[in-house]
Design a protein around this ligand. Sequence first.
Ligand code: SF4
Length: 341
Amino acid sequence: MILATRRACQPTRSGWQREMAEAVRSPRELVTALGLDPSLIEGAARAARLFRLRVPWSYVRRMRRGDPRDPLLRQVLPLDVERESHPGFRADPLGERAATTAPSLLQKYRGRALLLATSACAVHCRYCFRREFPYAEHAAAPRWREALAQIERDGRIEEVILSGGDPLSLSDGRLAALTQALGRIAHVRRLRVHTRLPIVLPSRVDAGLAAWLSGLKWPVVVVVHANHANEIDGEVRAACAALRAAGATLLNQSVLLRGVNDDAAALAELSERLFEAGVLPYYLHLLDRVRGTAHFEVDEQRARSIAGELAARLPGYLVPRLVREIAGAAAKAPLPPRFAT
Ligand code: SF4
């Protein structure tokens, strides 16, 4: 049963910023609202000390009441197992410290630079590869100034990727200030936005955001992040339609997560729902091995088999590329699908 009590899913109607401010932060509140076993609360509270719980009500309303295995809940509910150590799982599995060329700026791949526009997210995904990212060190520098100076210095940077945190958690005014500054750098020819907000808080895509997007000087690619078909409801479809109407090309990246989307049927349904929303599947990432996330890992052989089954079910344009990110590599490493014999 989809969560439907008025008390538990009180909608907020005063704009996305208020919805963000009113996001659920307490394990007790989340467990109670979903009618889950209260014994979950203690472990969730312990794990939330490592990485806080945060989830907007609009996302909670898409979860099934009374189901601890709900694929949306699993993405956000802290669990005691996050406190376990596992070999190979560490704070910075992608070597992002080494890729930092200025505060808030990462340069991993040729021609592109990733600007960490903010540390804030509307939701805290338990598998996040930046859950231990030292945002405070980056915020210590005057915001964006050094990052913009580095982009200006490096004439090879043709594409800037706004990331974070979630860049769309910035106000329209802050976004406009940032893109105006980028617009003065002649060699920047494309803008990409990596965001989960149109999925978890679709009210973010309002008239102000659409006006900002449609006023940009570059072709813009918005890469959203959905992992399961249940995340895509009518509000998300409307948000995606508004982004497209504002001129954005929409792609999706997912993470292959045990207990969330680790079967071909679930991924096929996700691709179909995304397509109905005007979004093409782009990447299916193997889990980045950050501390506290081992319980989400799907091993490479099984991932390739799932990708093979997915490819056998769907037309090619609905099949995301299965990839692994390797610290220091020149590009993401594609993993070939394994087909059943
Ligand atoms: S929205 Fe992205 S950056 Fe934020 S917690 Fe989730 S995965 Fe991490």
